[in-house]
Ligand binder design. Sequence first.
Ligand code: ATP
Ligand code: MG
Length: 882
Amino acid sequence: MKKLTSSQVRQMFLDFFAAKGHTIEPSASLVPKDDPTLLWINSGVATMKKYFDGQVIPNNPRIASAQKSIRTNDIENVGHTARHQTFFEMLGNFSVGDYFKEQAIAWAFELLTSPDWFAFDPEKLYMTVYPKDQAAYDCWLAQGVSPDHIYKVEDNFWDIGVGPSGPDSEIFYDRGQENNDVAEDDPENYPGGENARYLEIWNIVFSQFNHLPDGRFVDQPHKNIDTGMGLERIVSVIQDAPTNFETDLFLPIIKQTERLSDHYQYGDDMQKDIAFKIIADHARAVTFAIGDGALPSNEGRGYVLRRLIRRAVLNGQKLGIRDPFLHKLVAIVGDIMNSYYPQITEQQEFIAKVIFNEESRFAETLTDGLELLNNQIQAVKKAGSAVLGGQAAFKLFDTYGFPIELTVEYAKEQGLTVDQTGFDEQMEQQKQRARAARGNRQSMGSQDELLMSITTSSEFVGYDHLTIEGTLKNIIVDDQEVAEITSGQAQLIFDQTPFYAEMGGQVADVGVLKTDDDAIVAEVIDVQHAPKGQNLHLVEVKAPLRKDAHYTLSVDADFRKNVRRNHTAMHLLDQALRNVLGGQTHQAGSLVEPEYLRFDFTSLDRLTTAQLQQIEQIVNEQIWQSIPVETIKTDINTAKKMGAIALFDNKYGEQVRVVKIGDFSMEFCGGTHAQNTAEIGLFKIISETAVGAGVRRITAVTSQKAYEYDQTNMQYLEAVQSDLRVPQLKNVPAKVEQLVAELKTTQQKLQSLQTKVTQQEASNLLDQVQKIGDLTAILALAPVGGMNELRQIADDWKQQAKSDVLVLGATNQDKANLIVAVNSSTIASGITANQIIKAIAPKINGGGGGRDQMAQAGGKNPAGLKEALAAAKDFLADIKLN
Ligand code: ATP
Ligand code: MG
């Protein structure tokens, strides 16, 4: 076998298939485009669905790639098995209705064993096939593989849920019995069994079926080949590494972690090694995921990221790493992967900052969270139980940011389980609270089967019309199609409609449906895209509606006009932001409502007031110039060539719509726009806030709303002017400045007077010496606000030597403070300040301590101060000096 670096292995794979007539496709983003069934791209074939199901015909039916993949279901395996990561690269070759089984097997065998390529010893290779797939079995025999190296295994059927599937054949590398974790005669000791000896390196899928969302398997339009070889695994074999982690893909990350840990070396301790491996894996996963546009958040992909980062931090703790560290590994990941993924190094600063922010946020609550967790675990164990309560797990999640999976893992290490049902209940309650707070807006999240089956065509004509005649094609009530409806709510599809369906951040139009004689028959509340693309109108029915009847569909013109202004203003804002912040900032979300617009964009720092003013001015300048807004329909490549800005994550068909505002802005956009920027009238930014790691949000208003916003602010200012009694608004700042300065001087005077009064009262206090038993003592409540002042008085007392013992109490908001001081003769006779404070602190529900001469306590019960003084008196009264 040849010695190769991981970069060489990746390249050799691609070169081999290029030589066999394949087009090499670059790795797609880890964030699936246009595929709601997947959270992450989890294999090469996940990006090929469009070719396999016939939707898109590739230029070349032979494709090969190295594809970034994330499999969160393998997260628990990471560090524990030799062969699993959450993030890995899948090397694959694909045939879209071109070559099939025989050729795929022949090429796989050639690549692995030919002296020109990987040059593996064929004796080390084992194959498995689906028992009914005799053809695959015969193909391997034809390559010269001996029958005792081919196993028939029942679960050789590849199926990842919705999408391509079919029987498969897996290739294993024999690492030898000396590297096994089960006995030679263990029933699991065969290729495909649970063992460490036979390592699955490559899977060839004979992809003939399409697994539909409803569970059926139907034939693909043609037979395809889909293969997947884990780069890390093949590299581990080639570099003769015991696990994937001792390869050049991971070792530099582990070495850097060792340096950060400063406590532990990789290889010293099995448990610590697991932590090293988890950190190395998660560092790669989060680096690549953020590089592909995902950001930590509370749901979906963002939640996975958050979980990975927090899990890495907890594992860092196990290695004695207390400070944020994960972000320091981004540069190394970039170095290792640079030859094929130079984007990581290019984005290094951004990625590291996002990770750093997330680590730091978790670090703030980590110590408290861990303490709560450990206390709970102790309490559960003490109570003889083995289940950590759902409430505690929820509190850890909600207050301390511990993802439930982490709590479960942590509890498991301590031999406990977690009451998941209890946790879910708490979670559900919280969700309901949130939902109730949000109000319920109809949204078509789930694509129900009925809507999937409706194929009526429906055309959107709302770019040019606000009112048209349409034929009512489908009426859906409570998930049933009906022919008529007389009242209540219904979903309607028309042959054509001027109503815009919510998309690209722009809200749906509202309006009414009317009959010929102008009577309103329904109000349109919401419009969404049905799964097959039609605009689906949610209406409140006012008068009977019939299928196939004609109605006038009429969009609320004012509503639409305001939406159009705000949408165009948003494009101007997007470009203005880029002009001011630089081209690297990009859109991260948007909302266009009639009243306002909201624009999210990536930026690590808050915008300065000067930047915001500049942005606002740029947008308004475009408005003053009265620039016509054009829309251009063209194909995607022409649009890109024109330099139109496409949204990162969006799906675009072959034909796209581009919105162009003079030479200032050009974006892909399906929304409705003003015809001329002058329609916007006026643009005002009303806030700039953070919405998540590395993402900020600008909220702005236009035209009438902007005017009203300015008016309201003016009224505030005028109210201030009138209170200040200055002749003109422009005099306000100077006057305020003057008043602030005066206030400051007055406060300083007041402060020094107060100090004097306190000193006076304190010295009065020190005259209230009483004799208690054999000692003289001052016991009093001091009219001061805290411990510092109490200490001050105690120092004075010491100077003046007024008594043997001093006990003072003070109230500090809802807290109580006590101070005790004794002189040296009292100490000499065996009584210390510490003893006294211990005797009296319980009265204020507090604890305290100190030295022999002076001790102090804080507590939560100010009402107990008097009792504390009484207790001090009793304590002293009981003392008999010798
Ligand atoms: P295993 O049983 O080892 O988890 P699998 O059957 O899930 O593997 P496939 O879904 O067939 O794997 O994926 C094809 C190839 O991708 C595998 O042969 C392996 O080389 C690689 N692979 C799969 N999962 C991982 C992972 N979590 N980490 C690294 N490589 C992986
Ligand atoms: Mg697996």
